[in-house]
Write a protein that binds this ligand. Structure first.
Ligand code: NAD
Length: 283
């Protein structure tokens, strides 16, 4: 039976610390860290994420504003808003909620964000800094995974970490963060051959695939730590991860549930990045 890595509890503990740090920062500088979230269109999932981010900011004392733009907005108008936020002194972090509607060039929009305010760490300047291990911000989801491991005192040094998924948002930065913590890292993806042979070697297995119940018991080594980043709906419409929890839980030593594992950590790391951005900008 695996120990459950409780993302909600960990997230609460980390947010309490962030709240104390924000309060100390405000006392010392007379400034309040500020986050601007930009959402285009009416994607219901994105609207929920944005509402949760706004609420979480309020709970730890971070000022936040939400810019809700109609689906019909053109690229120049969106870029003009980003320019305005880039030079707005009360805004330390800018986040553009993805995905954007098809007629907007995501890369162009993300490139326009001042790297010092890029609290999602998607700008190539920040991606490059992560590659050389000298960074201000870490992408929120992989950073949340590292925070969970730290909280549960799960050692990464010298251990084999296998990551399934090579996206720019999760898989690749996750590999860099694991490497920085001295893990031996293997990245698997949709073209990987004999996937189970590789995943079975993992001391720490991170699944970031986006397919419900993809990781089965015969893909996991006895006693492995299993981190499930996936957020999917199963055939019954129920929220589930990439890992078949019922099959894998009996053989893992630690496992994250979905929901309640990695998910709650993502917004927490955004709060942390916003405070870091404010500290750097008011230094
Ligand atoms: P993505 O679609 O960009 O990447 C999926 C990756 O899985 C790809 O690199 C692909 O090569 C790999 N893959 C697909 N099929 C495979 C197969 N058969 N075998 C091996 N690898 C395969 O997705 P993403 O943005 O990285 O997100 C992955 C999952 O994580 C999704 O479910 C997403 O909803 C979730 N997610 C969760 C959070 C969070 O806050 N918890 C944040 C971001 C993403």
């Amino acid at each position: 039976m695996a120990k459950i890595i409780d993302g909600k509890m960990t997230s609460t503990a980390v947010r309490e610390k962030i709240k104390r740090d924000v309060s100390k920062f405000t006392e010392e500088t007379g400034k309040t860290p500020g986050l601007a979230v930009v959402i285009v269109g009416e994607n219901p999932a994105s609207q929920v994420y944005v509402r949760n981010k706004h609420k979480a900011c309020g709970e730890v004392g971070i000022y936040s504003e939400v810019h809700e733009l109609p689906e019909s907005i053109n690229e120049d108008e969106l870029l003009a808003l980003i320019d305005k936020l880039n030079s707005d002194k009360k805004i330390n972090g800018i986040l553009v909620q993805l995905p954007l509607p098809k007629h907007l060039d995501e890369e162009k929009v993300l490139l326009r964000i001042d790297p010092n305010k890029d609290v999602d760490a998607f700008h190539p300047v920040n991606v490059g800094k992560i590659m050389i291990g000298n960074f201000s911000f870490l992408p929120c989801t992989p950073a949340g995974v590292m925070e969970l491991l730290k909280h549960y005192e799960i050692n990464t040094s010298g251990r084999h970490c296998v990551i399934i998924g090579r996206s720019n948002i999760v898989g690749k930065p996750q590999a860099m963060l694991m490497l920085k913590e001295n893990a031996t890292v293997t990245i698997c993806h949709s073209k990987t051959e004999n996937l189970a042979d590789i995943t079975k070697q993992a001391d720490i297995l991170v699944a970031a695939v986006g397919r419900a119940n993809f990781v089965k018991a015969d893909m996991v080594k006895e006693g492995a730590t299993v981190i499930d980043v996936g957020i999917n709906r199963n055939a019954e419409g129920k929220l589930c991860g990439d890992v078949d929890f019922n099959e894998v839980e009996p053989i893992a030593s630690y496992i994250t549930p979905v929901p309640g594992g990695v998910g709650p950590m993502t917004i927490t790391m955004l709060l942390k990045n916003t405070l870091t951005a404010a500290k750097e900008q008011y230094k």
